[in-house]
Design a protein around this ligand. Sequence first.
Ligand code: ACM
Ligand code: ZN
Length: 528
Amino acid sequence: MKRLIHLAFLLIFAASVSAQQISIIPKPAEMHLKDGNFTLNATSSINYDTNNIEISRIAQFFNDYLETVYGFEATENADGNSISFKIISSLDLGKEGYLLKVETDAIVITASSANGLFYGLQSLKQLLPVEATNTSLAIPCLDIKDQPRFAWRGNMLDVARHFFPVSFIKKYIDILAMYKINTFHWHLTEDQGWRIEIKKYPLLTEISHWREETMVDHYNSGKGMDGIGYGGFYTQDQCREIVRYAAERYITVVPEIEMPGHSMAVLAAYPNLGCTGGPYEVTGVWGVHKDVYCAGKEETFEFLQNVLDEVLDIFPSEFIHIGGDECPKDAWKQCDACQKRIKENGLEDEHELQSWFITRMDKYLSSKGRRLIGWDEILEGGLAPEATVMSWRGEKGGIEAAKQKHEVVMSPNSHMYIDHYQSRDKDKEPLAIGGFLPVQKVYSYEPIPEALNAEEAKYVLGVQTNLWTEYVATTKKAEYMLLPRLQAQAEVAWTPKKLKDFKDFEKRLETDYLRLDKLGINYRNHKQ
Ligand code: ACM
Ligand code: ZN
């Protein structure tokens, strides 16, 4: 009896040691701990089909990670224990699912596609202890069977209010990949700057990318403008490089080209595209501006279609984001061309004109084999037939769209706007746009609103955090705003609802912070 108790105690102790080490984020759908450890070191062998480029790249990612963090690599065909990456197309876990088996002498990751294999790798990296012991890493034996809850696990970065270099966009994509995010929504155009080279319209990168000054602090702070010129843009080659880099990490880049609002920067270079003909300027003031594309002139559509032609050539994504949010109707109300358009098409008002505008772009994108996605204002005046809605002003737009049998991405500003403050004590935080969104609140989000029945719920593609950058001027601050709220969103997007548990998440986060320290990634420690 005494021996049995002793044995039980030992087993509990062993299990708890292992449990402490296991801090996979997002938490896998199924995981079973076993006894023992696999010991990874420089004599471990790494096995994969070297004729398969994707698997080879994934195996190389693993070795790159080992080299960066621990200073050694596993070796191809070494004599020691082995780590294998395998694609088995008959495996029934969906495109993104994987199996990860750790035994004392072998680790095997299996998936039906490279996407799943890549996610298995992310989990394996998170199974490694933060610190090596005598250049070897003990990995607890276990079985994981994992696949995501939602297909759209997105994050948006606004590079228009502030511009970030290609090197940082790559680092950002690497961070998204660590947490199995699969969609990078790249917000490329704004009133305050146009950030993508369009060969047919060179003034976009001569004039529209540059503002003369930027607002300091909040509007009501009375601090005014900084008087410092600011700009930047990505060449088409750089955009292609980002698309490729992201694809290698199983992330789709969804570009956003804003219309009809948030477009002052374009009008500054091409004033004929506005209702009055200008002059207009690239503004350095945040907020919603009344100068928007004229919906009456054919020139506007010719411009936008030409721009989209180049965008489609760079970005292979199924979805193309056309903005559609916050478009004041003041200019349209005063414009003969816009009023003529309303009359000719039997439209009720300027809201229906916006709907007509979006429907025209929807048809254009559909004719090119792509799908339009826009912010929830595209519901106003009637939703375009093929449109997908990104619900940001709460969940109302998402619910309405799903009830109309349109797909939606839930991104409510109440839970997913990571430009908001991370503490109630705002004076102790770096300047943010406002609000209060702690990691707990992001974590608490349930993407399927109660108002939807089971059939309607199928239209919810997933969930997305948005990082607007009016008050995010540096890469360090971007990371601070992103993490750990991204981890929380990742778990909302991936993990089965019944497994969500904030206390357990928080424990895993503690280990995750240590990993981020090692990787030189900034974050806001939510415990401080
Ligand atoms: C938005 O935040 N204006 C989509
Ligand atoms: Zn007009």
